[in-house]
Design a protein around this ligand. Sequence first.
Ligand code: B16
Ligand code: MG
Length: 210
Amino acid sequence: MLETVKGAIFDLDGVIVDTAKYHYLAWRSLAERLGFEFTEVDNERLKGVSRAESLRILLEIGGIEAGETERMEMTEAKNREYLNYISKLDPSEILPGAKEYLQTLREADIKIALGSASKNAAFILSRLGITKLFDAVIDGTKVSKAKPDPEVFLAASAALGLEPPECVVFEDAAAGVQAGKAAGCKVVGIGSPDVLHGADRVIAGLDELI
Ligand code: B16
Ligand code: MG
């Protein structure tokens, strides 16, 4: 399957770097200030989900209602704390095999894009020192419809000048696998086959492909 593709589109959190742990710490602080407990199990529901939708889920867990202005203040406070964590990111936090696999693809003339829900994606890539390995970056600042909508992967394949069936998507979240398939791309799930239904292939991590 991977022999026939011309482009590869990578999700960020859970595929290239584990930023979920920092999202968790920042959301948990907000929950504490609001007076409820937010567990790591709850955090699984936020993976691959946009910032605004993450807050909606968090408030649902806490049984809290909030107006538009309050919600905006909450996401801003969460993002400030999250930025504090990710400003300390360094290349040692790139997940095993990710950088090597990106380099292998480049050597094979495969075009590479990022397809992430994060509005902090460009900053994260720069902290990790891997910006130059990407031909295109499509992130939460460029798309409006969250996964499982295919928008992010359609935009990424277009940015590479390719048709979706010529591209393979690497995704760790169920909604992302659905989005990749809905776009018409091939999809490699990273994680457990029990969760990543519909992927063409599921692997534990990119180090398996080296
Ligand atoms: P931000 P991905 C996603 O990244 C995260 O998995 C998700 O937990 C987060 O809410 C979302 O980015 C938005 O992130 O607050 O930085 O805009 O997996 O799509 O790379
Ligand atoms: Mg992800």
